[in-house]
Design a protein around this ligand. Structure first.
Ligand SMILES: [Zn+2]
Length: 207
């Protein structure tokens, strides 16, 4: 355990914008009282609209697309892909402030590797979460289109549709899938992700 002294407060008071300017390679724009940027942590940093916001009053950051957020130290941890201790040390060095503990900690190579592995794992999980959400959103849209097509077919050519009983049975199934995708139940969503039937009906591209 780290024994922290009051110097941690001085690190926490470094402006979130200064930390962002220092460690994030993004353009930060001011609109009204808010500051925003394109989030580098999702969509490979290629998002079209800025989802990453900086709250200078509370010294916090938050991305409304991928959910990443926190304090200025969290920002440094995520930007540099390091653990809390290393982030504090880097901030202290870069902003010329005293360390929150007595001396520079002697981090062994093994500890550094472990911290790096943990940070990588966290980054991978975030990426997975973003990709999964994208799949859910796209699948939801595709299923909506499918339901509309089935409705149209039923209205225009009921005789033809009766010759394909599967089509009539499909609609309530899709309605169920849509309910799941709209819910907060990630386990059920994961079941859909693995479901071959869902795959069969959504293997086409939205244009
Ligand atoms: Zn984001």
């Amino acid at each position: 355990m780290l024994k922290l002294n009051n110097n941690l407060d001085s690190l926490k008071h470094i402006s979130i914008l200064d930390v962002a300017h220092k460690y994030l390679n993004v353009e930060i724009k001011k609109s009204g009282s808010r500051y925003s940027a394109r989030c580098p942590w999702h969509a490979n940093g290629q998002e079209r609209t800025a989802s990453l916001f900086f709250d200078t009053n509370r010294n916090l950051f938050k991305c409304f697309a991928c959910g990443i957020g926190g304090s200025n130290i969290d920002l440094a941890m995520n930007a540099l892909n390091v653990d809390f201790k290393t982030a504090c040390e880097q901030l202290a060095q870069d902003f010329n402030l005293p360390l929150p503990w007595g001396r520079a900690a002697n981090i062994t190579p093994a500890e550094r590797r472990a911290a790096q592995a943990k940070a990588n794992e966290a980054a991978r999980r975030r990426e997975l979460a973003v990709a999964f959400k994208k799949w859910c959103d796209e699948t939801y849209l595709k299923l909506c289109v499918l339901v509309r097509c089935i409705d149209k077919a039923i209205n225009h050519d009921p005789v033809f549709c009766e010759s394909i009983p599967d089509l009539l049975h499909l609609e309530p199934v899709i309605e169920y899938w849509l309910d799941v995708l709209q819910s907060n139940n990630d386990e059920q969503k994961l079941e859909l992700f693995k479901d071959e039937a869902v795959k069969t009906w959504t293997t086409w591209n939205l244009t």
